[in-house]
Ligand binder design. Structure first.
Ligand SMILES: C[S@@+](CC[C@H](N)C(=O)[O-])C[C@H]1O[C@@H](n2cnc3c(N)ncnc32)[C@H](O)[C@@H]1O
Length: 293
């Protein structure tokens, strides 16, 4: 016999899911780019569950502190500063004031670099991450490239505090210093140099999203009038560190795809300079190979 479900009242939604829907609307009105995702992440954070487990939170357990964190996100405080954690490839990193929050765009830069190192077929590849911030790139390389020797450098003392926490127990060697003069002891020995340096032109300040402008450290964002000051310096560092045939990978802004590969010019000792898009098909990183003698 066929049952008629037509007249059955809809199953009641849990209090939490109703609150998440309301928070989503508030975040959307505040201009948060991914309001549903962030409303769910905040609910999961407050209730100590994963996002996929929100339906398991009972009405009686609804925690009113949810509205406090929603208000902070509504004021455009970064989600990752509120939860204290950022996800990057297979890592969960600790982040907060004083350190740049790793971005999803950088995950595809690292993916390319991992493939490039694997293709080198070197037994113990030597990898250097310049401008490491939270340590996201260096830690991902160490985790995903077996037997790699990974070095990282960071100039900001505040960022270093976070990098040290994240690197505890890892095999990344972290140093405090300027990427332009770092690792003289590794000159000519490195297989791959990777960097996500500051690259926003100073002239773009007013167009930067509030989360970045008001919460990421200035030193992590800006680099001279055209944004390329540090990348020009890193070109010399990479050339000094790499062995002939070694590879450099540098992230840049989506407006700089026509400029950055030219910094790695043949007459400066580079070959195969190229630019690559991210997953949204926007220009995102340049790569080049140190020319053979
Ligand atoms: C865009 S953030 C990237 C952080 C990290 N690599 C990531 O992808 O999440 C740039 C980092 O470079 C650091 N930095 C800026 N100038 C530097 C320099 N001259 N030497 C070393 N680090 C520098 C900043 O403090 C910041 O942590």
């Amino acid at each position: 016999m066929q049952q008629n479900f037509g007249g059955r009242p809809p199953s009641p939604r849990s209090l939490l899911l109703t609150e998440v829907a309301q928070a989503t609307r508030r975040l959307a009105d505040a201009g948060v780019p991914s309001p549903r995702h962030d409303a769910e992440e905040l609910a999961a954070f407050v209730h100590g569950v994963r996002r996929g487990e929100l339906h398991t939170v009972k009405d009686a357990d609804f925690d009113a502190r949810y509205w406090e964190v929603v208000a902070r996100r509504e004021a455009r405080e970064p989600l990752q500063h509120i939860t204290g954690r950022a996800y990057f490839r297979y890592l969960e990193l600790q982040v907060g004031p004083g350190v740049f929050v790793p971005r999803p765009e950088t995950e595809s830069v690292v993916g390319w670099a991992i493939d490039a190192v694997r293709a080198m077929d070197v037994v113990e590849p030597c990898i250097v991450d310049l401008c490491t911030g939270s340590g996201a790139i260096a830690l991902a390389m160490a985790q995903e490239v077996p037997r790699s020797r990974v070095y990282a450098v960071e100039l900001s003392e505040e960022a270093l505090v976070w990098a040290r926490k994240n690197m505890e127990g890892s095999r990344v060697e972290l140093r405090h210093g300027d990427a332009r003069t770092a690792f003289p002891d590794l000159d000519g020995q490195v297989d791959l140099v990777i960097s996500n340096p500051p690259y926003i032109p100073l002239t773009e300040w007013e167009h930067v999203a509030p989360e970045a402008r008001d919460h990421d450290p200035e030193m992590a964002l800006f680099s001279g009038e055209d944004g390329l000051d540090l990348i020009r310096g890193l070109e010399r560092t990479a050339h000094r560190l790499l062995r002939p045939g070694g590879i450099v990978v540098v992230e840049h802004a989506d407006t700089q795809g026509g400029q950055v590969p030219w910094i790695f010019a043949e007459e400066r000792g580079w070959a195969d300079a190229a630019d690559h898009p991210d997953l949204n098909n926007r220009p995102r990183f340049a790569t080049a190979r140190k020319a053979l003698p």
